[in-house]
Design a protein around this ligand. Structure first.
Ligand SMILES: [Zn+2]
Length: 380
């Protein structure tokens, strides 16, 4: 509890920690003493107190351990190494050609990236708490972490076992929308909220649903496949094989296709879509309306206090058409839950999947489940 409080509150005195956690001054003193001895937390200067002696501030030692985050995206594999303050210490990126999502190639990129960021940062692998991997599709947790990503042509791919063959670091695998959601919740536009939905709109469309501070997963971790909820009966064909999915209207390629542009002939989708969104027109208006209706469905189902729009295409749409998106959300949701739900843009930019994946590692550390550096060999 003390470690989590120090991590999220930043530098805090023992006196404040006692107030924030409800623990007695003696307990705070004992536990922080042990954490300082173990170098998990460190002193971070002094703060004046009313009339008394200045109080010592404590903080989590950013160099106690490190976390690696991996973003397996449609167009790249990106690997980043962070300290516990989530400062990026090293980064490696491997472009993927569209429709070239060969599992072996992606596993090789992940393993090369881990080696590259360790070499570039000079961080001792023994101090790395783990590797978080954000992937598209549904992640069925279990010993092998099976990935079902229809758009990648992955059917029950045992990604965990394949990566495990090349590294002894602890692995954490989750859907990219969920990892990005956790990044926005911890460090971005969702900070300070407990009932939050992060809507991720890129080529694919997904959502991370946080209920009372915890990501909602469902029976097999597939919850949040918002992009494949139906927005119209018998509508446009979707990459999942269905028809009328939200993704078939607001996913990046779907928008371009609806505007009459051939995605096969476009080399830089992001620039073309940015121009299209900026200049507006009937297709973009309709896209904003569909997005708003999709958000309204989330509002009616989950009663969130905040919805964060993220993902590169979502940020583009939100930057230029937020008023229309909100109007459509209002028009399609019940008045009472709409009134209490704010719709805002993500703050971490479109590239927060790797950061979010690294938070999977840090989350385990804060729950005191991660193996402390130096004791790894005893635990494996
Ligand atoms: Zn679909």
């Amino acid at each position: 509890m003390l470690l989590r409080t120090l991590y999220f509150e930043g530098p805090t005195s023992r006196h404040e920690l006692s107030g924030l956690t409800g623990l007695s001054a003696a307990s705070v003193s004992n536990v922080t003493g042990d954490l300082i001895t173990d170098n998990v937390i460190v002193e971070a200067g002094l703060v004046e107190s009313d009339g008394g002696r200045p109080r010592v501030l404590l903080r989590v030692n950013p160099e106690f351990g490190y976390a690696i985050g991996v973003d397996v995206g449609e167009t790249h594999v990106r690997v980043e190494l962070f300290d516990l303050d989530m400062n990026e210490r090293a980064k490696a990126e491997y472009p993927l050609r569209p429709a070239r999502h060969d599992v072996d190639l992606i596993v090789r990129h992940i393993l090369s990236g881990i080696d590259a960021v360790l070499a570039d940062s000079g961080v001792d692998p023994a101090r790395v708490l783990g590797v978080g991997i954000g992937v598209p599709g549904i992640v069925e947790n279990g010993p092998e972490a099976l990935i079902h990503a229809q758009t990648f042509g992955w059917d029950a791919v045992p990604l965990g076992a394949l990566v495990r063959a090349g590294t002894s670091l602890p692995l954490y695998i989750d859907n990219g929308a969920k990892t990005m959601g956790q990044a926005e919740l911890w460090f971005g536009a969702g900070r300070g909220t407990r009932h939050t939905i992060v809507a991720l709109i890129g080529s694919g469309v997904g959502a991370s649903i946080v209920n009372d501070g915890i990501t909602y997963r469902g029976a097999n971790s597939s919850a949040g496949e918002w992009g494949h909820t139906k927005i119209t009966m018998g509508g446009r064909a979707c990459r999942c094989g269905g028809h009328g999915c939200l993704e078939a209207y607001i996913g990046a390629e779907s928008i371009l296709e609806r505007a009459g542009l051939s995605t096969a002939e476009i080399s830089d989708e992001q620039t073309v879509l940015a121009d299209l969104v900026r200049s507006g027109g009937p297709v973009i208006d309709e896209t904003a309306d569909y997005l708003g209706a999709g958000l309204a469905n989330l509002i009616n189902l989950f009663n969130p206090e905040r919805i964060v729009i993220g993902g590169w295409a979502g940020l583009l749409l939100g930057q230029h058409h937020l008023t229309r998106i909100r109007r459509s959300a209002a028009g399609n949701s019940l008045a009472q839950p709409y009134e209490t739900a704010s719709i805002v843009l993500g703050r971490l930019g479109p590239d927060a999947v790797a950061l979010g994946a690294a938070t999977l590692v840090v989350e385990d550390f804060l729950m005191a489940k991660a193996v402390p550096p130096g004791q790894r060999s005893a635990a494996v």
